[in-house]
Write a protein that binds this ligand. Structure first.
Ligand SMILES: NC(=O)C1=CN([C@@H]2O[C@H](COP(=O)(O)OP(=O)(O)OC[C@H]3O[C@@H](n4cnc5c(N)ncnc54)[C@H](O)[C@@H]3O)[C@@H](O)[C@H]2O)C=CC1
Ligand SMILES: O=C(CO)[C@H](O)[C@H](O)COP(=O)(O)O
Length: 300
């Protein structure tokens, strides 16, 4: 198969590499010439613009967007839409709001798949978990690509119609916030509590057979190993927040109680008040680097 990939940052380059490794062809475009050159070094055919990328694809065009959510998706679709038709498939693998994806699916002439992507830069080796919404035929058509980008055939599935993929990913991120918060609180109690503990050793012990072992806990272990048991100069400012906000907004609309996710989101906003100093917030700040390579705020 031949795939066009637009957006070649932390996540898009992984899509390119995994699709190439699976034996498919890739045409790659990004606003950054450096990012295009990196993809070309990996074996992709470089494109100079969205139009150039489309021209290099044969009939039945398959295109994967991995640009930042929001305006960049709409700007790309504005350029793509006159160039694609009903036999073509466009996948948005970013963290778009599910209602935006539903709107886009109706306005784009190609079949549109909203694809929640989880796994972060670690997915380079492991593959991602992909939650896909949109027409069944387009999902089936893209299965060889999803097999390559995901951990394998069990690492992706069609969640339902347009919007459902990004809806599931939104809720996934709400859960992610709450898990980060609860690990943060536990380690804060251990850090402030009555024993002088090596938190890397605690996390390592928990990760080996404990009920609460997980990838986020492995990232806690990594954070203590790399930053020290007191987290060194990692600041208590936690960035991000949009996907968690959407989860809470949707829960309010559906009248479903999500107190833990709401609390975790509130903690994140609370972390932006000057000098709160909370250990749990410092760990959450460092964990976002662990799973997403988001910049770590450090004390000056
Ligand atoms: N980093 C992570 O852990 C995860 C990120 N995501 C989502 O994946 C998407 C991409 O994320 P990252 O790769 O981390 O971002 P990134 O900032 O590393 O890369 C984005 C790339 O898109 C390019 N770009 C921006 N506007 C463009 C346009 N109009 N046309 C062509 N290229 C354009 C930029 O030059 C950049 O190379 C976002 O929606 C993000 O929320 C989803 C899951 C995990
Ligand atoms: O989707 C992700 C992980 O699953 C991304 O890393 C996302 O950026 C995390 O959300 P936030 O920026 O709100 O922390």
């Amino acid at each position: 198969m031949q795939l066009g990939v637009i957006g070649l940052g932390r996540m898009g380059q992984i899509v390119v590499n995994r699709v190439l490794d699976a034996g498919h062809d890739v045409v790659a475009f990004d606003l950054s010439a450096e990012a295009v050159a990196t993809a070309a070094d990996a074996g992709a055919e470089p494109a100079e613009s969205v139009e150039d990328l489309v021209e290099r694809l044969g009939d039945g065009k398959r295109i994967w967007l991995m640009v930042p959510a929001g305006d960049a998706v709409d700007a790309t679709l504005d350029e793509l839409n006159p160039l694609v038709g009903e036999k073509d498939v466009v996948v948005d693998g970013g963290n778009s709001h599910f209602e935006e994806s539903t709107r886009r699916a109706e306005s784009v002439d190609a079949a549109y798949l909203d694809c929640g992507t989880s796994g972060g830069p670690a997915g380079a080796e492991l593959g991602f978990s992909l939650m896909v919404g949109g027409p069944q035929w387009a999902y089936d058509e893209m299965t060889p690509v999803f097999d390559a980008v995901a951990t394998g055939p069990n690492g992706h599935d069609r969640m339902g119609p347009a919007g459902s993929g990004h809806y599931v990913k939104m809720v996934h991120n709400g859960v992610e916030y709450a898990l980060m918060q609860t690990y943060g609180e536990g380690f804060e109690l251990l850090a402030e509590g009555r024993y002088d503990l090596d938190l890397e050793a605690v996390a390592r012990t928990w990760n080996n057979g404990a009920v609460i072992r997980s990838w986020l806990l492995e990232l806690c272990e990594e954070a203590f190993r790399e930053e020290g048991t007191d987290l060194g100069d990692v600041a208590d400012h936690v960035a991000g927040g949009s996907t968690g906000t959407w989860t809470v907004q949707e829960a309010l609309e559906q009248e479903v109680p999500v107190p833990l996710i709401y609390q975790a989101l509130s903690e994140r906003f609370g972390s932006r008040a000057p000098e709160s100093g909370r250990f749990s917030r410092r760990l959450a700040n460092r964990l976002r680097y662990g799973f997403g390579r988001h910049e770590v705020a450090r004390e000056e």
